[in-house]
Ligand binder design. Structure first.
Ligand code: 5AD
Ligand code: SF4
Length: 554
Protein backbone atom coordinates (compact mmCIF):
# COMPACT_ATOMS: atom_id res chain seq x y z
CA UNK A 1 0.00 0.00 0.00
CA UNK A 2 1.08 3.53 -0.59
CA UNK A 3 1.45 5.80 2.40
CA UNK A 4 1.82 9.55 2.62
CA UNK A 5 3.33 11.20 5.66
CA UNK A 6 2.89 14.81 6.67
CA UNK A 7 4.74 16.24 9.64
CA UNK A 8 3.79 19.08 11.96
CA UNK A 9 5.65 20.33 15.02
CA UNK A 10 9.21 20.30 16.18
CA UNK A 11 12.37 18.72 14.86
CA UNK A 12 11.74 15.67 17.07
CA UNK A 13 8.66 15.02 14.99
CA UNK A 14 10.57 15.40 11.73
CA UNK A 15 13.07 12.89 13.06
CA UNK A 16 10.31 10.53 14.23
CA UNK A 17 8.79 10.69 10.74
CA UNK A 18 12.12 9.43 9.38
CA UNK A 19 11.79 6.46 11.77
CA UNK A 20 8.18 5.84 10.72
CA UNK A 21 9.20 5.92 7.05
CA UNK A 22 11.88 3.36 7.78
CA UNK A 23 9.52 1.05 9.71
CA UNK A 24 6.88 1.16 6.99
CA UNK A 25 9.30 0.66 4.13
CA UNK A 26 10.89 -2.32 5.89
CA UNK A 27 7.48 -3.92 5.65
CA UNK A 28 7.30 -5.12 2.02
CA UNK A 29 3.64 -4.28 1.73
CA UNK A 30 4.24 -0.54 1.74
CA UNK A 31 5.82 2.16 -0.31
CA UNK A 32 6.13 5.85 0.22
CA UNK A 33 4.21 8.30 -1.92
CA UNK A 34 4.84 12.00 -2.09
CA UNK A 35 1.46 12.66 -3.66
CA UNK A 36 -1.26 12.77 -1.05
CA UNK A 37 -4.15 12.02 -3.40
CA UNK A 38 -2.53 8.79 -4.61
CA UNK A 39 -1.93 7.29 -1.19
CA UNK A 40 -3.95 4.61 0.60
CA UNK A 41 -2.70 5.52 4.05
CA UNK A 42 -2.58 9.16 5.06
CA UNK A 43 -0.44 9.68 8.12
CA UNK A 44 -0.17 12.97 9.99
CA UNK A 45 2.53 13.35 12.61
CA UNK A 46 1.12 15.88 15.05
CA UNK A 47 2.09 18.47 17.66
CA UNK A 48 0.19 19.27 20.86
CA UNK A 49 2.28 22.04 22.35
CA UNK A 50 -0.26 24.83 21.85
CA UNK A 51 -3.89 24.90 20.96
CA UNK A 52 -3.29 26.41 17.54
CA UNK A 53 -0.92 23.54 16.66
CA UNK A 54 -3.81 21.18 17.33
CA UNK A 55 -6.39 23.23 15.40
CA UNK A 56 -4.25 22.98 12.28
CA UNK A 57 -4.31 19.21 12.56
CA UNK A 58 -8.07 19.01 13.15
CA UNK A 59 -8.63 21.10 10.02
CA UNK A 60 -6.40 18.87 7.98
CA UNK A 61 -8.08 15.68 9.19
CA UNK A 62 -11.51 17.02 8.38
CA UNK A 63 -10.32 18.04 4.94
CA UNK A 64 -8.81 14.63 4.27
CA UNK A 65 -11.95 12.85 5.39
CA UNK A 66 -14.11 15.12 3.26
CA UNK A 67 -11.94 14.53 0.21
CA UNK A 68 -12.26 10.84 0.95
CA UNK A 69 -16.02 10.76 1.18
CA UNK A 70 -16.24 12.60 -2.11
CA UNK A 71 -13.68 10.39 -3.73
CA UNK A 72 -13.58 6.92 -2.22
CA UNK A 73 -10.55 4.91 -3.13
CA UNK A 74 -10.25 1.18 -3.00
CA UNK A 75 -7.81 0.02 -0.37
CA UNK A 76 -5.50 -1.61 -2.94
CA UNK A 77 -5.11 1.75 -4.58
CA UNK A 78 -7.46 1.24 -7.53
CA UNK A 79 -9.83 4.12 -7.94
CA UNK A 80 -13.37 3.14 -7.21
CA UNK A 81 -16.00 4.49 -9.51
CA UNK A 82 -18.34 6.70 -7.54
CA UNK A 83 -21.37 6.22 -9.75
CA UNK A 84 -21.04 2.50 -9.74
CA UNK A 85 -22.04 1.95 -6.13
CA UNK A 86 -24.93 -0.37 -5.47
CA UNK A 87 -26.84 -1.52 -2.41
CA UNK A 88 -25.02 -4.81 -2.08
CA UNK A 89 -21.68 -3.12 -1.67
CA UNK A 90 -22.82 -0.56 0.82
CA UNK A 91 -21.13 -2.23 3.75
CA UNK A 92 -17.93 -2.74 1.83
CA UNK A 93 -17.83 0.82 0.66
CA UNK A 94 -17.46 1.87 4.24
CA UNK A 95 -14.03 0.28 4.19
CA UNK A 96 -13.11 1.49 0.76
CA UNK A 97 -11.75 4.65 2.08
CA UNK A 98 -8.20 5.61 2.76
CA UNK A 99 -6.80 5.00 6.21
CA UNK A 100 -6.39 8.27 8.04
CA UNK A 101 -3.77 7.92 10.76
CA UNK A 102 -2.75 10.30 13.52
CA UNK A 103 0.75 9.93 14.92
CA UNK A 104 2.73 11.77 17.58
CA UNK A 105 1.93 14.11 20.40
CA UNK A 106 -1.72 14.82 19.69
CA UNK A 107 -2.41 11.11 19.34
CA UNK A 108 -0.81 10.60 22.73
CA UNK A 109 -2.60 13.50 24.39
CA UNK A 110 -6.10 12.84 23.07
CA UNK A 111 -5.97 9.08 22.57
CA UNK A 112 -9.44 7.68 21.61
CA UNK A 113 -10.84 11.22 21.46
CA UNK A 114 -9.01 11.56 18.15
CA UNK A 115 -11.56 9.18 16.62
CA UNK A 116 -14.16 11.89 17.20
CA UNK A 117 -16.48 12.54 14.24
CA UNK A 118 -14.80 9.77 12.30
CA UNK A 119 -11.78 11.95 11.56
CA UNK A 120 -9.23 9.20 12.19
CA UNK A 121 -8.99 5.42 11.83
CA UNK A 122 -5.57 4.92 13.32
CA UNK A 123 -3.97 6.52 16.38
CA UNK A 124 -0.36 5.87 17.28
CA UNK A 125 1.67 7.58 20.00
CA UNK A 126 5.39 8.51 19.76
CA UNK A 127 6.67 5.32 21.42
CA UNK A 128 4.51 2.86 19.47
CA UNK A 129 5.72 3.26 15.88
CA UNK A 130 7.10 -0.27 15.73
CA UNK A 131 3.52 -1.45 15.96
CA UNK A 132 2.42 0.47 12.83
CA UNK A 133 2.63 -2.40 10.32
CA UNK A 134 0.51 -4.64 12.58
CA UNK A 135 -2.07 -1.92 13.19
CA UNK A 136 -2.29 -1.10 9.51
CA UNK A 137 -2.80 -4.71 8.52
CA UNK A 138 -5.51 -5.01 11.16
CA UNK A 139 -7.30 -2.14 9.45
CA UNK A 140 -6.68 -3.36 5.94
CA UNK A 141 -5.93 -7.06 5.54
CA UNK A 142 -4.30 -7.81 2.20
CA UNK A 143 -7.32 -7.86 -0.07
CA UNK A 144 -6.13 -9.13 -3.37
CA UNK A 145 -9.11 -11.48 -3.33
CA UNK A 146 -12.15 -11.10 -5.52
CA UNK A 147 -15.25 -9.14 -4.66
CA UNK A 148 -17.19 -11.98 -3.03
CA UNK A 149 -14.56 -12.46 -0.40
CA UNK A 150 -14.47 -8.80 0.38
CA UNK A 151 -17.75 -8.87 2.16
CA UNK A 152 -16.56 -11.59 4.53
CA UNK A 153 -13.22 -9.93 4.98
CA UNK A 154 -14.75 -6.64 5.87
CA UNK A 155 -16.31 -8.26 8.91
CA UNK A 156 -12.91 -9.22 10.26
CA UNK A 157 -11.44 -5.80 9.55
CA UNK A 158 -10.97 -3.44 12.38
CA UNK A 159 -12.63 -0.08 11.94
CA UNK A 160 -10.24 1.63 14.29
CA UNK A 161 -6.81 0.83 15.65
CA UNK A 162 -4.87 2.47 18.46
CA UNK A 163 -1.60 2.14 20.34
CA UNK A 164 -0.63 5.00 22.64
CA UNK A 165 1.56 3.03 25.03
CA UNK A 166 4.48 5.11 26.33
CA UNK A 167 7.77 3.39 27.03
CA UNK A 168 10.62 3.73 29.52
CA UNK A 169 13.27 2.52 27.13
CA UNK A 170 12.20 2.91 23.49
CA UNK A 171 14.81 4.97 21.60
CA UNK A 172 14.46 3.34 18.13
CA UNK A 173 18.25 2.99 18.33
CA UNK A 174 18.39 0.09 15.88
CA UNK A 175 16.21 1.69 13.22
CA UNK A 176 18.02 3.53 10.47
CA UNK A 177 16.03 6.68 9.80
CA UNK A 178 15.10 7.41 6.19
CA UNK A 179 15.40 11.15 5.68
CA UNK A 180 12.84 12.86 3.51
CA UNK A 181 15.65 14.69 1.69
CA UNK A 182 18.54 12.24 1.55
CA UNK A 183 20.72 14.79 -0.28
CA UNK A 184 20.72 17.28 2.57
CA UNK A 185 24.20 18.07 3.82
CA UNK A 186 22.90 18.53 7.36
CA UNK A 187 21.25 15.79 9.39
CA UNK A 188 19.62 15.31 12.76
CA UNK A 189 20.58 12.36 14.91
CA UNK A 190 18.22 11.51 17.71
CA UNK A 191 20.05 10.93 21.01
CA UNK A 192 17.38 10.93 23.69
CA UNK A 193 13.59 11.08 24.05
CA UNK A 194 11.13 12.34 26.59
CA UNK A 195 11.23 14.91 29.32
CA UNK A 196 11.40 14.74 33.12
CA UNK A 197 11.28 18.45 33.82
CA UNK A 198 7.60 19.05 34.40
CA UNK A 199 7.56 22.79 33.68
CA UNK A 200 4.10 23.78 34.79
CA UNK A 201 2.92 25.02 31.35
CA UNK A 202 4.17 22.11 29.28
CA UNK A 203 2.39 19.08 27.90
CA UNK A 204 5.52 17.38 26.55
CA UNK A 205 6.19 15.12 29.57
CA UNK A 206 2.67 13.72 29.07
CA UNK A 207 2.92 13.26 25.32
CA UNK A 208 6.47 11.98 25.14
CA UNK A 209 6.98 10.27 28.46
CA UNK A 210 10.07 9.84 30.61
CA UNK A 211 13.58 10.71 29.58
CA UNK A 212 15.68 7.93 28.13
CA UNK A 213 18.94 8.05 26.23
CA UNK A 214 20.14 6.08 23.29
CA UNK A 215 23.44 4.22 23.67
CA UNK A 216 26.44 6.29 22.65
CA UNK A 217 27.88 3.68 20.25
CA UNK A 218 24.79 3.62 18.10
CA UNK A 219 24.68 7.43 17.94
CA UNK A 220 28.34 7.77 17.00
CA UNK A 221 27.98 5.03 14.38
CA UNK A 222 24.96 6.68 12.79
CA UNK A 223 26.77 10.03 12.71
CA UNK A 224 29.90 8.44 11.24
CA UNK A 225 27.96 6.75 8.44
CA UNK A 226 26.16 10.00 7.62
CA UNK A 227 29.50 11.78 7.38
CA UNK A 228 31.44 9.08 5.59
CA UNK A 229 28.83 7.72 3.22
CA UNK A 230 26.07 10.31 2.83
CA UNK A 231 27.92 13.60 2.28
CA UNK A 232 26.58 14.99 5.56
CA UNK A 233 28.78 17.80 6.89
CA UNK A 234 26.76 18.89 9.89
CA UNK A 235 25.19 16.71 12.55
CA UNK A 236 22.62 18.16 14.90
CA UNK A 237 22.22 16.00 18.02
CA UNK A 238 18.55 15.93 18.81
CA UNK A 239 16.48 15.39 21.95
CA UNK A 240 13.69 17.00 23.95
CA UNK A 241 16.25 17.80 26.64
CA UNK A 242 19.29 17.01 24.63
CA UNK A 243 21.86 18.12 27.19
CA UNK A 244 20.49 15.92 29.95
CA UNK A 245 21.69 12.99 27.85
CA UNK A 246 22.90 10.12 30.03
CA UNK A 247 23.92 6.71 28.77
CA UNK A 248 23.97 4.78 32.02
CA UNK A 249 25.64 1.77 30.43
CA UNK A 250 28.46 3.86 29.04
CA UNK A 251 31.80 2.22 29.51
CA UNK A 252 34.93 4.36 29.51
CA UNK A 253 36.91 1.79 27.53
CA UNK A 254 35.35 3.07 24.32
CA UNK A 255 35.31 6.84 24.73
CA UNK A 256 36.71 9.46 27.04
CA UNK A 257 34.50 10.05 30.05
CA UNK A 258 34.44 13.45 31.71
CA UNK A 259 32.04 12.80 34.52
CA UNK A 260 32.75 10.63 37.49
CA UNK A 261 30.21 9.17 39.84
CA UNK A 262 28.52 11.82 41.97
CA UNK A 263 29.68 14.67 39.74
CA UNK A 264 27.64 17.85 39.93
CA UNK A 265 26.01 17.92 36.54
CA UNK A 266 24.16 21.23 36.72
CA UNK A 267 25.21 24.82 37.11
CA UNK A 268 24.97 26.82 40.33
CA UNK A 269 21.52 28.24 40.83
CA UNK A 270 19.84 25.62 38.62
CA UNK A 271 17.92 22.79 40.16
CA UNK A 272 16.88 19.51 38.67
CA UNK A 273 13.17 18.96 39.06
CA UNK A 274 13.82 15.32 38.70
CA UNK A 275 16.03 13.93 41.44
CA UNK A 276 17.00 10.62 39.92
CA UNK A 277 20.05 11.95 38.17
CA UNK A 278 23.76 11.40 38.33
CA UNK A 279 25.66 8.15 38.52
CA UNK A 280 28.04 6.44 36.16
CA UNK A 281 27.95 6.46 32.40
CA UNK A 282 28.35 8.93 29.56
CA UNK A 283 26.95 12.43 29.79
CA UNK A 284 26.21 14.96 27.10
CA UNK A 285 29.71 16.45 27.05
CA UNK A 286 31.14 12.96 26.39
CA UNK A 287 28.74 12.53 23.50
CA UNK A 288 29.56 15.89 21.91
CA UNK A 289 33.24 15.11 22.21
CA UNK A 290 32.88 11.67 20.63
CA UNK A 291 30.80 12.96 17.70
CA UNK A 292 33.15 15.88 17.10
CA UNK A 293 36.05 13.39 17.07
CA UNK A 294 34.61 11.76 13.93
CA UNK A 295 36.28 14.41 11.77
CA UNK A 296 37.53 17.98 12.18
CA UNK A 297 35.53 18.77 9.03
CA UNK A 298 32.23 17.67 10.56
CA UNK A 299 30.22 20.37 12.28
CA UNK A 300 28.35 19.46 15.43
CA UNK A 301 25.28 21.22 16.83
CA UNK A 302 22.56 20.19 19.22
CA UNK A 303 18.95 20.99 20.01
CA UNK A 304 16.92 21.43 22.11
CA UNK A 305 18.69 22.02 25.41
CA UNK A 306 17.60 23.16 28.87
CA UNK A 307 19.67 25.89 30.56
CA UNK A 308 20.14 23.76 33.68
CA UNK A 309 22.47 21.32 31.90
CA UNK A 310 25.34 23.52 30.74
CA UNK A 311 28.16 22.43 33.06
CA UNK A 312 31.53 24.20 32.69
CA UNK A 313 33.04 21.14 30.97
CA UNK A 314 30.52 21.43 28.16
CA UNK A 315 31.13 25.14 27.72
CA UNK A 316 34.92 24.64 27.62
CA UNK A 317 34.58 21.84 25.10
CA UNK A 318 32.52 24.15 22.89
CA UNK A 319 35.15 26.85 23.21
CA UNK A 320 38.03 24.46 22.47
CA UNK A 321 36.60 22.55 19.55
CA UNK A 322 36.45 24.41 16.27
CA UNK A 323 33.90 21.98 14.91
CA UNK A 324 31.42 22.30 17.79
CA UNK A 325 29.29 25.26 16.79
CA UNK A 326 29.30 28.47 18.79
CA UNK A 327 25.60 28.56 19.29
CA UNK A 328 23.72 28.01 22.52
CA UNK A 329 19.99 27.78 22.79
CA UNK A 330 19.09 29.00 26.26
CA UNK A 331 15.31 28.95 26.54
CA UNK A 332 14.58 31.51 29.26
CA UNK A 333 10.74 31.47 28.91
CA UNK A 334 10.48 34.56 31.11
CA UNK A 335 12.70 37.25 32.58
CA UNK A 336 10.84 37.38 35.87
CA UNK A 337 11.89 35.22 38.82
CA UNK A 338 8.34 35.02 40.14
CA UNK A 339 6.98 33.83 36.78
CA UNK A 340 9.89 31.38 36.50
CA UNK A 341 8.93 30.02 39.89
CA UNK A 342 5.31 29.53 38.84
CA UNK A 343 6.58 27.92 35.65
CA UNK A 344 8.73 25.57 37.80
CA UNK A 345 11.75 26.25 35.66
CA UNK A 346 14.22 25.63 38.48
CA UNK A 347 16.20 28.90 38.15
CA UNK A 348 15.90 32.61 38.86
CA UNK A 349 16.50 35.55 36.54
CA UNK A 350 19.78 36.17 38.37
CA UNK A 351 21.06 32.59 37.96
CA UNK A 352 20.14 32.72 34.28
CA UNK A 353 21.98 36.02 33.78
CA UNK A 354 25.05 34.68 35.62
CA UNK A 355 25.08 31.71 33.27
CA UNK A 356 24.79 33.98 30.20
CA UNK A 357 27.72 36.06 31.50
CA UNK A 358 29.81 32.91 32.00
CA UNK A 359 28.94 31.65 28.54
CA UNK A 360 29.96 34.93 26.93
CA UNK A 361 33.27 34.90 28.81
CA UNK A 362 34.07 31.29 27.99
CA UNK A 363 32.88 31.38 24.35
CA UNK A 364 33.39 34.98 23.16
CA UNK A 365 31.89 34.65 19.68
CA UNK A 366 28.80 32.73 20.81
CA UNK A 367 25.28 33.20 19.48
CA UNK A 368 22.58 32.89 22.10
CA UNK A 369 18.98 32.06 21.28
CA UNK A 370 15.88 31.56 23.39
CA UNK A 371 12.20 30.73 23.68
CA UNK A 372 9.70 32.98 25.48
CA UNK A 373 6.11 32.65 26.60
CA UNK A 374 4.00 35.74 27.23
CA UNK A 375 0.86 35.90 29.33
CA UNK A 376 1.50 32.89 31.56
CA UNK A 377 -0.97 32.48 34.44
CA UNK A 378 -0.98 35.56 36.66
CA UNK A 379 1.66 37.44 34.64
CA UNK A 380 1.58 41.10 35.72
CA UNK A 381 2.74 44.08 33.72
CA UNK A 382 5.85 44.33 35.94
CA UNK A 383 6.71 40.71 35.32
CA UNK A 384 6.32 41.25 31.58
CA UNK A 385 8.65 44.27 31.82
CA UNK A 386 11.25 41.96 33.37
CA UNK A 387 11.13 39.82 30.24
CA UNK A 388 11.65 42.89 28.08
CA UNK A 389 14.59 43.94 30.21
CA UNK A 390 16.16 40.46 30.05
CA UNK A 391 15.90 40.59 26.26
CA UNK A 392 17.51 43.99 26.28
CA UNK A 393 20.33 42.66 28.47
CA UNK A 394 21.09 39.45 26.57
CA UNK A 395 20.63 40.70 22.98
CA UNK A 396 19.49 37.37 21.58
CA UNK A 397 20.54 36.21 18.14
CA UNK A 398 17.26 34.39 17.59
CA UNK A 399 14.11 33.99 19.64
CA UNK A 400 10.97 31.91 19.38
CA UNK A 401 8.12 33.70 21.09
CA UNK A 402 4.65 32.43 21.93
CA UNK A 403 1.47 33.50 23.68
CA UNK A 404 0.64 31.14 26.53
CA UNK A 405 -1.85 28.40 25.72
CA UNK A 406 -3.25 26.37 28.62
CA UNK A 407 -2.80 22.59 28.17
CA UNK A 408 -4.70 19.83 29.92
CA UNK A 409 -2.92 17.61 32.49
CA UNK A 410 -0.22 20.21 33.23
CA UNK A 411 0.42 21.57 36.71
CA UNK A 412 -0.82 24.99 35.59
CA UNK A 413 -4.04 23.44 34.36
CA UNK A 414 -4.61 21.79 37.71
CA UNK A 415 -3.72 24.65 40.00
CA UNK A 416 -3.60 28.00 38.21
CA UNK A 417 -5.91 30.25 36.25
CA UNK A 418 -5.27 31.25 32.65
CA UNK A 419 -6.20 34.81 33.57
CA UNK A 420 -4.29 37.05 31.18
CA UNK A 421 -6.82 38.18 28.55
CA UNK A 422 -6.02 37.19 24.94
CA UNK A 423 -5.58 40.79 23.80
CA UNK A 424 -3.05 41.45 26.55
CA UNK A 425 -1.18 38.24 25.73
CA UNK A 426 -0.91 39.26 22.09
CA UNK A 427 0.03 42.85 22.89
CA UNK A 428 2.85 41.58 25.13
CA UNK A 429 3.87 39.07 22.50
CA UNK A 430 4.09 41.88 19.94
CA UNK A 431 6.23 43.89 22.35
CA UNK A 432 8.75 41.12 22.85
CA UNK A 433 8.81 40.42 19.10
CA UNK A 434 9.51 44.09 18.45
CA UNK A 435 12.29 44.34 20.99
CA UNK A 436 13.86 41.15 19.68
CA UNK A 437 13.75 42.39 16.07
CA UNK A 438 15.24 45.77 16.84
CA UNK A 439 18.01 44.23 18.91
CA UNK A 440 18.92 41.47 16.49
CA UNK A 441 19.19 43.98 13.66
CA UNK A 442 21.53 46.19 15.72
CA UNK A 443 23.47 43.21 16.95
CA UNK A 444 24.04 41.80 13.47
CA UNK A 445 25.17 45.15 12.12
CA UNK A 446 27.60 45.44 15.01
CA UNK A 447 28.78 41.81 15.29
CA UNK A 448 28.45 40.38 11.81
CA UNK A 449 28.81 43.00 9.10
CA UNK A 450 32.44 43.24 8.04
CA UNK A 451 33.37 39.82 9.39
CA UNK A 452 34.56 36.74 7.58
CA UNK A 453 32.41 33.76 8.38
CA UNK A 454 32.86 30.12 7.55
CA UNK A 455 29.62 29.07 5.89
CA UNK A 456 28.44 25.54 5.23
CA UNK A 457 26.78 25.76 1.82
CA UNK A 458 23.40 24.04 2.01
CA UNK A 459 22.02 24.70 -1.45
CA UNK A 460 20.60 27.40 -3.66
CA UNK A 461 18.63 30.14 -1.98
CA UNK A 462 14.88 30.09 -2.46
CA UNK A 463 15.16 33.57 -3.94
CA UNK A 464 17.79 32.41 -6.40
CA UNK A 465 16.74 33.06 -9.98
CA UNK A 466 18.15 33.07 -13.49
CA UNK A 467 20.55 35.96 -13.79
CA UNK A 468 21.05 36.36 -10.04
CA UNK A 469 21.72 32.95 -8.63
CA UNK A 470 22.48 32.73 -4.94
CA UNK A 471 23.77 30.18 -2.49
CA UNK A 472 22.38 29.81 0.98
CA UNK A 473 24.10 28.39 4.01
CA UNK A 474 24.64 28.89 7.70
CA UNK A 475 27.44 30.29 9.78
CA UNK A 476 28.94 28.64 12.83
CA UNK A 477 26.56 30.82 14.90
CA UNK A 478 23.63 29.27 13.03
CA UNK A 479 22.77 32.43 11.11
CA UNK A 480 21.34 32.06 7.64
CA UNK A 481 23.39 33.75 5.00
CA UNK A 482 22.92 34.17 1.26
CA UNK A 483 25.53 35.20 -1.28
CA UNK A 484 25.73 35.43 -5.07
CA UNK A 485 27.17 32.44 -6.93
CA UNK A 486 30.32 33.69 -8.61
CA UNK A 487 31.38 32.23 -11.94
CA UNK A 488 35.02 31.86 -11.01
CA UNK A 489 34.73 29.76 -7.84
CA UNK A 490 33.40 26.26 -8.05
CA UNK A 491 31.18 25.43 -5.13
CA UNK A 492 28.57 22.83 -4.26
CA UNK A 493 26.29 21.98 -1.37
CA UNK A 494 28.38 20.49 1.41
CA UNK A 495 31.39 22.74 0.79
CA UNK A 496 32.60 25.27 3.29
CA UNK A 497 33.02 28.81 2.03
CA UNK A 498 34.58 31.90 3.49
CA UNK A 499 32.06 34.69 3.14
CA UNK A 500 32.46 38.36 3.92
CA UNK A 501 29.27 39.55 5.56
CA UNK A 502 28.22 42.84 4.00
CA UNK A 503 24.59 43.26 5.01
CA UNK A 504 22.20 42.20 7.77
CA UNK A 505 18.44 42.13 7.32
CA UNK A 506 16.84 40.97 10.52
CA UNK A 507 18.43 37.65 11.24
CA UNK A 508 19.37 36.85 7.65
CA UNK A 509 22.80 37.92 6.52
CA UNK A 510 24.04 38.70 3.06
CA UNK A 511 27.61 38.42 1.91
CA UNK A 512 30.22 37.95 -0.74
CA UNK A 513 32.00 34.68 -1.36
CA UNK A 514 35.77 34.95 -1.02
CA UNK A 515 37.06 31.43 -1.32
CA UNK A 516 36.19 27.82 -0.85
CA UNK A 517 37.71 26.50 2.33
CA UNK A 518 38.04 23.66 4.75
CA UNK A 519 37.18 24.13 8.40
CA UNK A 520 40.76 23.35 9.36
CA UNK A 521 42.17 25.79 6.79
CA UNK A 522 39.90 28.54 8.04
CA UNK A 523 41.03 27.96 11.59
CA UNK A 524 44.69 27.71 10.70
CA UNK A 525 44.42 31.21 9.26
CA UNK A 526 43.34 32.30 12.71
CA UNK A 527 39.82 33.18 11.60
CA UNK A 528 38.00 30.62 13.74
CA UNK A 529 36.67 30.49 17.26
CA UNK A 530 39.47 32.13 19.19
CA UNK A 531 40.23 34.97 16.92
CA UNK A 532 38.50 38.21 17.72
CA UNK A 533 37.90 39.69 14.33
CA UNK A 534 37.56 43.42 14.29
CA UNK A 535 34.58 44.74 12.43
CA UNK A 536 36.14 48.18 12.15
CA UNK A 537 37.22 48.42 8.52
CA UNK A 538 39.74 51.18 9.19
CA UNK A 539 41.61 48.93 11.51
CA UNK A 540 44.00 46.73 9.56
CA UNK A 541 43.62 43.45 11.41
CA UNK A 542 44.66 40.08 9.98
CA UNK A 543 41.26 39.45 8.41
CA UNK A 544 41.12 42.79 6.70
CA UNK A 545 44.63 42.31 5.32
CA UNK A 546 43.63 38.90 4.08
CA UNK A 547 40.49 40.31 2.68
CA UNK A 548 42.35 42.89 0.65
CA UNK A 549 44.62 40.20 -0.66
CA UNK A 550 41.68 38.02 -1.60
CA UNK A 551 39.77 40.89 -3.18
CA UNK A 552 42.80 41.58 -5.37
CA UNK A 553 42.86 37.94 -6.41
CA UNK A 554 39.19 37.79 -7.41
N1 5AD B 1 1.94 27.73 25.61
C1 5AD B 1 2.77 28.49 24.86
N2 5AD B 1 4.02 28.14 24.55
C2 5AD B 1 4.48 26.97 25.03
N3 5AD B 1 5.68 26.36 24.92
C3 5AD B 1 5.61 25.19 25.58
N4 5AD B 1 4.41 25.03 26.14
C4 5AD B 1 3.68 26.13 25.83
C5 5AD B 1 2.36 26.55 26.11
N5 5AD B 1 1.56 25.81 26.87
C6 5AD B 1 6.82 26.95 24.20
C7 5AD B 1 8.03 27.08 25.09
C8 5AD B 1 8.92 25.98 24.59
C9 5AD B 1 8.59 25.96 23.14
C10 5AD B 1 8.99 24.72 22.42
O1 5AD B 1 7.18 26.13 23.13
O2 5AD B 1 8.60 28.33 24.87
O3 5AD B 1 10.28 26.22 24.83
FE1 SF4 C 1 5.04 19.57 19.67
FE2 SF4 C 1 6.43 19.18 21.89
FE3 SF4 C 1 5.45 17.12 20.62
FE4 SF4 C 1 7.47 18.49 19.54
S1 SF4 C 1 7.50 17.28 21.45
S2 SF4 C 1 5.68 17.79 18.49
S3 SF4 C 1 6.93 20.57 20.19
S4 SF4 C 1 4.30 18.73 21.62
Amino acid sequence: MKFHLKTYGCQMNVSDSDIVRSILLADDNNNNDKIEMDADILLTNTCAIRENAESKVWNRLLQLRRADTNNPIKIDGKQKNNNNSNQKKKKKKKHNKRIIGVLGCMAERLKEDMFKDGTADLIVGPDAYRDLPRLISALAPNDDDDDDDDEIQSLSMLEQAINVELSFDETYADIKPIRSNPNDVTAFVSVMRGCNNMCSYCVVPFTRGRERSRGMDSIVNEARILYEENNVKEICLLGQNVNSYHDRNGNSNNYKMKYKEGYNISNDGFSNMFRLRGGAGYYFVDLVEAVSDISPELRVRFTSPHPKDYPPELLSLMAERNNVCNHLHMPAQSGSSTVLERMRRGYTREAYIDLIDDVRTIIPDVAITSDFITGFCGETEEEHQQTLSLMEYVQYDQAFMFAYSMRGKTHAHRSMVDDVPEEIKSRRLQEIINIFRTNVQDRNIKEEVGKLRLVLVEGESRRSKEGSRQWRGRTDQNKSIVFPIPTNIELKAGDYAVVLVDEARGHTLKGKLLWRATMQGFNELGLGHHHNQSSDSNNLTIPSLLLNAMAAKL
